[in-house]
Design a protein around this ligand. Structure first.
Ligand SMILES: C[S@@+](CC[C@H](N)C(=O)[O-])C[C@H]1O[C@@H](n2cnc3c(N)ncnc32)[C@H](O)[C@@H]1O
Length: 248
């Protein structure tokens, strides 16, 4: 993803750091992280945050964690989410202006937990996060428009490589699902093969998510991502698959 270096990026992240998880927050039930315990959902590679911001409102009865490894991209997502929650906006003169007019410039705004809403961000590589997340903690894992890594020597980096599927399997609660969307035919074909050969059950799949022939509930509950919007405008068909991990 192309992203120009953000001005004062680290100060801006510090302003909203109560929305960002640290290693200490990753514990059973994410105790104290959210205002209420709700089933937890994960998005890997959230980009600039359109999806997580949208789904956190369209499906509010869940808590969410959005993982993004590029900090300037994550900053866009955190600020977009904070704005959408009425937590203020970027101040014209620099810093973050909270809803009561206070401007935070490089210092942390200790947002009361009740105001933080149901999304938290983890800035780092998915592999690192998946390695420390508690077993069975997620009700759903989303990977939207993940990098296709087309060269076979990079296969293990694809987020639907059997190595990743095994990690997701350990992190999903009973009844949990993995949901993938992509524009990329090669990655989609690879994903279907990888899921099948790893014993996952395909619950739903489509080569054209936005077609009127696709299941209406799936279409109407779909939250569009930045990449999905861009590819759809270019006439590229969006592929999607929902799958459940093998039962031991
Ligand atoms: C192609 S973009 C898609 C962004 C967004 N999900 C969308 O659909 O518009 C992929 C995003 O995933 C992030 N990403 C890729 N691999 C990742 C990994 N292993 N861990 C965390 N983030 C990752 C990239 O930095 C990028 O922001």
């Amino acid at each position: 993803m192309r992203n120009r270096k953000k001005k004062n990026g680290s100060n801006r992240l510090e302003n909203l750091s109560t929305l960002i998880l640290t290693g200490d927050d990753i514990k059973p039930d994410f105790d104290g992280v959210y205002d209420e315990i709700r089933p937890l959902r994960l998005e890997i590679g959230c980009g600039k945050g359109d999806f997580i911001t949208g789904v956190s409102v369209s499906e509010p009865d869940y808590n969410y964690i959005a993982v993004e490894r590029i900090s300037d991209v994550a900053l866009s997502a955190v600020e977009k989410y904070a704005c959408s929650r009425g937590l203020g906006t970027l101040d014209y003169h620099g810093g973050w202006r909270g809803p009561d007019g206070t401007v935070y410039k490089g210092e942390k705004w200790d947002i009361p937990v009740k105001m933080r809403g149901n999304v938290r961000f983890f800035i780092g590589d998915a592999a690192a996060f998946l390695g420390i997340a508690p077993r069975g903690c997620f009700d759903r894992i989303y990977a939207n428009f993940s990098d296709p890594w087309p060269k076979s020597r990079h296969e293990s980096r694809r987020l639907t490589h059997p190595g990743f599927l095994e990690k997701y399997s350990g992190l999903l609660a009973p009844g949990g699902q993995l949901r993938i969307k992509t524009d990329n035919d090669g990655l989609f074909e690879y994903t279907l093969e990888s899921l099948t050969s790893s014993g996952w059950k395909i619950l739903f799949s489509t080569f054209d998510l936005h077609s009127p022939e696709t299941d209406q509930i799936v279409r109407e509950s779909n939250v569009v991502t930045e990449y999905e919007k861009r590819f759809t405008e270019q006439g590229v068909k969006i592929k999607a698959v929902f799958a459940a991990p093998p039962v031991d």
